[in-house]
Design a protein around this ligand. Structure first.
Ligand code: PEP
Ligand code: MN
Length: 462
């Protein structure tokens, strides 16, 4: 968004009426709420369909070009944000801390790897969650499971857990205000590279902060040198930043799909990049069908049970024209599996001639329960999966194209370990996530330094 080449007055898209966009309604579908067919549901869907798009088709096209560069190893994708955004959490402080952290991580990566970093938030739409069970039981009371703020509330009461279609409209408005703030931050001076120092927070005693400070000082020196030489800093004052979420709730995605007036093609204007989760990626399912029909770049999560045939069939369905930047595979194998399972997938996909962006999600295959009952991840496991991902691509001569992490800009305690280690005892006070555990601000920076080292070691691509 806010790219240098996106038209300021993008044409307003019209309703998307292509009948194929509704073919998913006849297909097997998982993980949907139980509100279909009610008056409330119809009202919410009609309201969404009449609201303005959240993103423009021109921005989406630019992202596809950027991702094509990542597939070739000439750019690197950084995707980060909450497991589940919440309505309550969409505050200026929290949004700015997250954007700042992504900017910091991206500076670390850009500097270490000397290549452009595509910045993307799991933000402004990441409200729907797949669940392993439909119901949750506490102290003998059974209620519908929490499916994210776009479907129901987290409080364990009958009223809050009711599937409420009006929440889709609230998700839209929350996404709009989040995007508005992100656009202001990334276009209005906050992302100016000359402010690298100001993005840092907390005590310099932390190893990641210290390392960041010395990197920021180097950048400062380089910037002053360039300034003294009379260089033009316009491009450094702003940055592109894209919005992404799991396209889980197809009512919402379909309602926000519009026909681009320039090309006559359908774009899902709820976000720039949409991904299909590990639980909803069946080839003949509603999710794969719907996303095969929109022009956005699409991601698919690939867990440890994915076979090469699954991956090849997904490519045929989602990227039949082998269009650079169209398809991203986000592997989430788990640290113990990645070195064993990923090579076969990458080899077979590469041999087929398809060019996808390979991204590592080192979070979702490494979830454990702590002794005191919290869903957590060990920072060492997360780091090990990232290392394994780079090793696999290095040994095959293929491209490690990006990193997908659940992270926050806040000082939470949800993942164990790190250089300034988080311990289980801290969970009682500092565990905030309603869903999966996120890297905190320091752990996120530490991760960026690891990846930056791996990128620098692999050297530049032609
Ligand atoms: C997620 O990204 O929060 C998620 C549920 O991931 P996956 O589909 O990989 O399990
Ligand atoms: Mn998650």
């Amino acid at each position: 968004m806010g790219t240098e080449s996106a038209p300021l007055t993008a044409p307003v898209p019209g309703p998307a009426t292509d009948p194929g966009l509704d073919a998913w309604r006849e297909l097997p579908i998982k993980q949907q709420p139980s509100w279909s067919g009610t008056d409330e549901h119809r009202r919410a869907v009609d309201e969404l369909a009449a609201l303005p798009p959240l993103v423009f088709a021109g921005e989406v096209d630019i992202l596809r070009q950027r991702l094509a560069e990542a597939a070739k190893g000439r750019a690197f994708l950084l995707q980060g944000g909450d497991c589940a955004e919440t309505f309550e959490g969409a505050t200026a402080d929290k949004i700015s801390a997250r954007v700042k952290t992504i900017l910091q991580m991206s500076v670390v990566l850009t500097y270490g790897a000397s290549m452009p970093v595509i910045k993307m938030g799991r933000m402004a739409g990441q409200f729907a969650k797949p669940r392993s069970s439909d119901m949750e039981t506490r102290d003998g009371v059974t209620l519908p499971a929490f499916r994210g703020d776009i479907v129901n509330g987290y409080d364990f009461t009958e009223e809050s857990r009711r599937h409420d279609p009006a929440r889709m409209v609230q998700a839209y408005h929350t996404s709009a205000s989040t995007l508005n703030l992100i656009r202001a931050f990334t276009q209005g001076g906050f992302a100016d590279l000359r402010a690298v120092h100001q993005w840092n927070q907390g005590f310099r005693a932390n190893p990641a902060y210290k390392q960041y400070e010395s990197l920021a000082a180097e950048i400062d020196r380089a910037v002053r040198f360039m300034e003294a030489c009379g260089a033009d800093f316009e491009p450094m004052k702003r940055t592109e930043f894209f919005a992404a979420h799991e396209a889980l709730l197809l009512d919402y995605e379909r309602s926000l799909t519009r026909t681009d007036s320039r090309t006559g093609l359908p774009y899902d204007t709820s976000g720039h990049f949409l991904w299909i989760g590990e639980r909803t990626r069946d080839l003949d399912s509603a999710h794969v069908d719907f996303l095969s029909r929109v022009r956005n770049p699409i991601g698919v999560k690939l867990g440890p049970t994915t076979t090469p045939d699954d991956a090849l069939a997904l490519i045929d369905k989602l990227d039949p024209n082998r269009e650079p930047g169209r398809l991203t595979f986000i592997s989430r194998m788990g640290a113990p599996n990645i070195r064993e399972k990923l090579p076969n997938l990458v080899e077979k996909v590469t041999a087929s001639g398809a060019e996808v962006v390979w991204v590592t999600d080192p979070m979702h295959g490494n979830t454990v329960t702590s002794a005191n009952g919290y869903k957590t991840r060990r920072f060492d496991d997360v780091m090990d999966e990232v290392r394994g991902f780079f090793e696999v691509h290095d040994s095959l001569g293929t491209v490690a194209g990006g990193l997908h992490v659940e992270m926050t800009g806040d000082d939470v305690a949800e993942c164990l370990g790190g250089a300034d280690p988080i311990r289980e005892e801290q969970f009682d006070d500092l565990y905030e996530s309603l869903c999966d555990p996120r890297l905190n601000h320091r752990q996120s920076l530490e991760m960026a330094f690891l990846v930056s080292g791996a990128l620098a070691a692999r050297g530049p691509r032609a």
